[in-house]
Write a protein that binds this ligand. Structure first.
Ligand code: GRF
Length: 171
């Protein structure tokens, strides 16, 4: 059984979805810097560390020693001392076809420009939104009239493919 820790942010829908779809993996903990995260309203959650202190986060992770760490909407740059400590064991979900639109608002920018629309799941490296790509799923932006419609489709793709990768990844 893969033991997985998930970093999440204000929404946390991917965190909840990963718990819902647990199969050959177990979400043993969550980490968020957002005490106001919507996900925290749910019942029956695994233990969650709420912290913005990366030294505290490192200690917590070392203690848990997970097989896999998933960055799913944690909107802070994870420092290299954490990336390096768990090299090859951290994956990141990003809402565009990388290397296009790294950083914030990637989903909006890709939809507005009709370029690189979709999601990327990749190994995290020290550089933001870089590292070996595991999966990319393209979405045709011309099928959607508004950004909201596009965004709904993007979330569906995230909720389908992130658990799939977590289940299938060989570490
Ligand atoms: C996702 O679109 C992810 O790709 C991005 O942040 C979003 C998080 O969504 N980095 P949620 O909080 O899991 O709903």
């Amino acid at each position: 059984m893969k033991r997985v820790v998930v970093f999440f942010g204000k929404g946390g829908s991917n965190f909840l979805n990963l718990i819902k779809k647990e199969n050959n993996y177990k979400i043993i903990a969550g980490i968020t810097n957002r005490a106001d995260s919507d996900a925290l309203k749910e019942k029956d959650l695994p233990p969650i560390l709420i912290s913005s202190d990366f030294n505290e986060i490192l200690g917590y992770l070392k203690n848990l020693n997970p097989d896999l760490i998933v960055l799913a909407g944690f909107m802070k740059i994870v420092p290299s001392f954490i990336i390096n400590e768990f090299k090859g064991k951290i994956i990141n979900l990003h809402p565009s076809i990388l290397p296009n639109f790294k950083g914030l608002n990637a989903d909006k920018l890709s939809f507005e420009t009709k370029k690189a629309c979709g999601i990327t799941i990749h190994f995290a490296s020290e550089e933001l939104d870089s590292g070996d790509i595991i999966l990319q799923y393209h979405i045709n932006p011309y099928k959607f009239k508004t950004y909201e419609e596009y965004h709904r489709e993007l979330k569906k793709a995230e909720w389908t493919f992130l658990p799939d990768v977590v289940e299938r990844i060989n570490l």
